[in-house]
Ligand binder design. Structure first.
Ligand code: IPM
Ligand code: MG
Length: 576
């Protein structure tokens, strides 16, 4: 923007009041003409007659004002529509300064944005100026912004005031953005201080962050299926420029064999440092050979609890090509698409007291405790409601409030209260878990988001797997709360187990684990399109006939775990 320091030139008196921006530049010129071309149309209706000829009476057509650079006008100049074009047309005409008793507010600020100085003077002074301009031999004035003074045609000095900040901006030729950029070092210093006190506000947007992915293949079929996931991740790194660092650690029996402990410190540190964990499976008959003390803590449950992975998402979608591999009738499951939202850090899985003890008569007693608090229920319900907002807006909450009015009642009341207070747009229903198990196999399409506590979620998700065709197809995401540093722990795993009976044979279905990586792309890495790409590739592989043993119909050709990985990679290469 051109600096405004001092202007000397003819001043034109236009002492009408309420000069509207429509008079300065008519609406029909706004669209057809750009900035730089608008001077010709400035005051068009007054400057030209209907036939386009100049109106000799209009002040700007008089020879002494033709080159005017200063306009002296009546009160409320620039009122009406807020169009910035009004200032553009004045400045395209040649005006650098407008003096008036008052201005339309937006016009006034638009002047500063466009290098034109507006000066407010008391009405009597403006009138005196106008009279002096008209009667003097010449109409030449000087407006000096540095000294904030006007030198009139007769040589008088008139002082003016104004907003010091705005005046400075004009003197330096800076618009609002320029003024802000001038404060760059102060803004940065403020941000540096703020970043220290509230780091979570900044981390995601500002730190170029290469996400750390940790593979924990685990037991049983885990290593076979995660080997295929690894190939898929590597394809995304090579072909889609996925910015991740990939690490792998032994977990489960393999860790015991290599290190003599189930969870060595290095592995735990890598778990805590990871942005996302790609998990295989846990469980093996070999655990019986490990001292009871060493296996007392279930390492998967420990990760869920210590990383606070409270929100377990289990999408259930029927792939048309697989509807025949379910034991449910195709017409019952076709087109089914639901999301099971399972609370994962509370309830009977973790409640105390728990234990088993010998009684005096030689028999035993055992106890587990189901415990929930309002905040625990609220945070998972909030996750379900937020998710429902991105889907059909329906949530069905599952409990056993008829028999467990304590935990079940608290669950139901808390979910309902949260819905009424903060999610009135969500349609919420409640269902007892026994009925839900039946409805899932009777009419699964009635569900969209299914919200439930830990144990019920475990059971219902296996049940829902039949809707997807096979347990081997089902992915899951376990998400933590947002940490103070802005990050969020997350673990992605297929919902099937370690299947020791088929481990090592190379026949397990890797698609649940591969689809779990798709969830990782979507939720941890924020790459929804890449997630869609991978899900599409999996659907296409199935549609083109790729079948591992678990999803094959009698007589259908089955392929190995690795061949299924190949099939997905082949499809990925096809998708544009
Ligand atoms: C699941 C599994 C786990 C659970 C086991 C392996 C601890 O069945 O994720 O559904 O019970 O939560
Ligand atoms: Mg389970």
């Amino acid at each position: 923007m051109e600096k405004f320091v001092r202007v000397t030139g003819a001043a034109a008196p236009l002492m009408r009041i309420n000069i509207d921006t429509e008079v300065v530049i008519p609406m029909n010129r706004l669209v057809a003409h750009k900035r730089g071309e608008l001077g010709r149309y400035c005051f068009e209706a007054w400057r030209y007659g209907p036939d386009g000829s100049e109106n000799p009476e209009f002040v700007l057509n008089k020879p002494r004002y033709r080159e005017a650079r200063i306009l002296v006008a009546g009160e409320n100049f620039g009122c009406g529509s807020s169009r910035e074009h009004a200032v553009w047309s004045l400045s395209d005409f040649g005006f650098r300064c407008v003096i008036a008793p008052s201005f339309g507010d937006i016009f006034y600020w638009n002047c500063f944005q466009n290098g034109v100085l507006p000066i407010r003077l008391p009405e009597n002074q403006v009138k005196e100026l106008a009279a002096e301009i008209e009667t003097s031999e010449n109409a030449i004035m000087t407006v000096d912004l540095e000294t904030q003074s006007i030198t009139t045609p007769a040589g008088r000095k008139v002082a003016f005031m104004g907003d010091p900040e705005r005046h400075l901006a004009l003197l330096e030729g800076l618009d609002e953005i320029g003024m802000t950029l001038k404060l760059d070092s102060q803004i940065r210093a403020h941000q540096a201080r703020d970043r220290e006190s509230r780091p979570w506000i900044y981390r995601r947007e500002e730190t170029p962050h290469v996400a750390r992915l940790l593979i924990l293949a685990g037991d049983g079929i885990g290593p076979e299926i995660l080997a295929e996931v690894r190939r898929v991740v590597e394809w995304f790194i090579a072909e889609r420029h996925l910015a991740v660092e990939l690490h792998e650690e032994l977990f489960g029996i393999s860790a015991w064999k290599a290190h003599g402990e189930l969870m060595r410190k290095e592995t735990w540190n890598a778990i805590v440092a990871a942005d996302a964990i790609l998990f295989g499976a846990i469980g093996s008959p070999e655990y019986d050979k490990i001292p009871a003390e060493a296996r007392k803590v279930d390492q998967l449950l420990r990760m869920r609890k210590e990383l606070d992975l409270f929100c377990n998402l289990r999408p259930v979608r029927t792939l048309p090509a697989l509807s025949a591999s379910s034991t449910l009738r195709p017409d019952v499951i076709e087109g089914c698409d639901m999301m099971l939202v399972r609370e994962l850090c509370g309830g009977i899985y973790f409640g105390t007291p728990r234990g088993r003890e010998k009684l005096a008569d030689g028999s035993e007693s055992a106890v587990n405790t189901c415990m929930y608090t309002t905040p625990e229920i609220e945070r998972i319900a909030r996750a379900a409601f937020e998710l429902a907002r991105t889907r059909s807006g329906r949530v069905c909450s599952v409990d056993k409030a008829n028999v467990l009015p304590e935990t079940g009642g608290l669950w139901r009341d808390t979910v309902q209260t949260l819905r009424d207070r903060h999610y009135p747009d969500i349609s919420l229903s409640h269902m007892y878990v026994d009925n839900c198990a039946m409805q899932l196999v009777r009419a699964p399409k009635q569900f969209d988001v299914l919200l439930t506590e830990n144990l019920f979620g475990d059971i219902l998700s296996d049940c829902a797997a039949m809707v997807a065709g096979s347990l081997g197809m089902m992915p899951s995401a376990s998400m933590g709360a947002v940490r103070p540093d802005g990050g969020c722990h997350a673990l992605y795993e297929p919902i099937h187990g370690s299947a020791p009976d088929i481990a090592g044979k190379g026949i397990a279905n890797p698609l649940g684990a591969i689809m779990s990586f798709a969830l990782c792309l979507r939720f941890s890495l924020g790459l929804a399109q890449e997630a869609d790409r991978l899900e599409q590739a999996v659907s296409a592989a199935i549609a083109h006939g790729a079948r591992t043993l678990d999803i094959a119909q009698p007589g259908e050709k089955t392929i190995s775990t690795k061949a299924m990985g190949d099939a997905v990679l082949t499809e990925l290469k096809q998708i544009q």
